[in-house]
Design a binder for this molecule. Structure first.
Ligand SMILES: [Fe+2]
Ligand SMILES: [Fe+2]
Length: 235
């Protein structure tokens, strides 16, 4: 998975500054819809199953449990606006973005194993996508507009040393530095989503899942991501 083009040689890094800025706005559509996608996968599983419980825990985090009730996507958008002057408050997805989301949604409706493969691909790709693509693209765009790079290198390494913030208020969550947001995701939230879903997916597949469908769902997401990022870099 780590050798996918969108992760190791994302064409966005050879795009113009304006294109990178718009790609970052378009990227916000993914964290915007992630909860509804995970819930669509969740709907295939009995509520008390390990998979359902883990997906529900994940959705709770994305919705603000642990960040003083502020959804992660909202904090990201505030950072983009504050640090880069990118207005992502109401992003209208372009054709490639909406085709990407529609294909993900369609996949979530197929069957439990395919949907779970898709959910696992979304979670397993989050750390490399954030640390190797989105974070560096934010810093690149900052250089382009002549602002300080908002994300520290250590915040983008799963094993890097970076103290994670303790959030006590909504105001503090909204004002979270981009480095903190990325460090929380790359070292904590997305690591948990990936590792715990892997454990529960494995147990489901051993009992009554369809491994081939799971694999197809997994590959489908990575294919869609390759296509999407290629389109964003050319827009
Ligand atoms: Fe998140
Ligand atoms: Fe996640």
């Amino acid at each position: 998975m780590l050798n996918r083009r969108f992760l190791i040689a994302n064409p966005v890094f050879t795009a113009t500054g304006e294109t990178v800025g718009e790609a970052l706005r378009q990227y916000c559509r993914l964290p915007e819809v992630i909860v509804s996608l995970l819930l669509a996968a969740h709907a295939h599983f009995p509520r008390r199953s390990g998979v359902a419980k883990e997906l529900a825990r994940n959705v709770g985090q994305e919705s603000g449990l642990g960040t003083a009730g502020i959804p992660h996507v909202e904090i990201l958008k505030l950072g983009l606006s504050r640090d880069l002057g990118i207005n992502a408050s109401a992003v209208e997805g372009n054709e490639a973005t909406e085709a990407f989301i529609a294909a993900l949604r369609e996949g979530m409706s197929r069957n439990a194993s395919f949907a779970l493969g898709q959910a696992f691909a979304l979670e397993a790709s989050a750390v490399p996508e954030l640390s190797q693509v989105v974070g560096p693209a934010i810093n690149a765009y900052a250089r382009f507009v002549g602002r300080p790079e908002p994300i520290a290198a250590e915040a983008l390494r799963e094993d890097g040393i970076y103290p994670l913030p303790k959030l006590r208020s909504k105001a503090q969550a909204r004002a979270m530095p981009m480095s903190d947001w990325f460090a929380l995701h790359v070292k904590d939230f997305e690591v948990g989503h990936r590792d715990l879903l892997r454990v529960h997916a494995k147990m489901f597949l051993q009992r009554n899942g369809d491994v081939e469908e799971f694999q197809s769902g997994f590959n489908n997401v990575l294919d869609l991501m390759d296509t999407w990022w290629l389109a964003l870099a050319q827009a």
